[in-house]
Design a binder for this molecule. Structure first.
Ligand code: URA
Length: 212
């Protein structure tokens, strides 16, 4: 079964089993968008007003910022998949609670298992802490803040699944803060280098395999 079909199964599983007050108040499920075969996954925090209206992540002001940053390093939606920690919008875009994260992230983990990304870019504090804690809500409090972690790749292995985590400031936090935006732009340049290295490693592996 292709990854697109497998993700559809995860979506149906979520629709059949996720109970949460956020779901009752929301207009739409915001599951994900992009290429299920991509090797780069971006994880945001939670849908905002526009995302809730349209049913897709990062379609509002923060999404425009993210699109621009991707374009600047030569990436399109075809090269990445984008999802969120929470699948339904919290009222007035407030922060997710631990309970909400615990209810929603099992489906994010299912998405990650299907996509098997080589690089996971975490946008903001919540997704950074969740990913660096090895996809565990309990461990999130022990992880430092995004201002210390952003722009530095972290090699991760969670239950046999290896990937690089790459923490980034959340594009929404940068909308009205030019200094943070500059940092985010610099981190995207670093990300481009990290992705080039990944490609080189993959090519080397392939060449070794061909010469066998
Ligand atoms: N912010 C997020 O974290 N996710 C979205 O989908 C939109 C804004």
């Amino acid at each position: 079964m292709g990854k697109k079909k497998e993700l559809e199964k995860v979506r149906s599983h979520l629709l059949n089993s996720l109970t949460c007050p956020l779901r009752d108040a929301a207009t739409n499920l915001v599951f994900g968008k992009g290429n299920p075969e991509a090797s780069i996954l971006f994880i945001g925090e939670a849908p905002g007003e526009q995302e809730d209206k349209e049913g897709y992540p990062f379609v509002g002001a923060a999404g425009k910022q993210l699109d621009k940053l991707l374009r600047q390093i030569g990436l399109t939606l075809d090269d990445v998949y984008i999802a969120n920690i929470l699948k339904y919008r919290p009222p007035n875009n407030r922060n997710p609670t631990d309970e909400e994260i615990a209810r929603h992230t099992p489906y994010l983990i299912e998405q990650i298992k299907v996509i098997q990304p080589e690089v996971i870019c975490t946008l903001g504090n919540f997704s950074t802490k969740f990913v660096l804690a090895g996809f565990k809500v309990e461990g999130m409090k022990k992880i430092g803040g995004i201002s210390f972690l952003h722009g530095k790749p972290v090699e991760m292995n969670v239950e046999g699944f290896s990937f690089k985590a790459f923490p980034l400031y959340h594009p929404a936090a940068c909308l009205y803060k030019p200094t943070l935006r500059e940092e985010l732009e610099k981190d995207f340049v670093t990300l481009q280098k990290v992705l080039c290295l990944e490609q080189k490693e993959a090519k080397k592996g392939l060449e070794q395999w061909i010469s066998l």
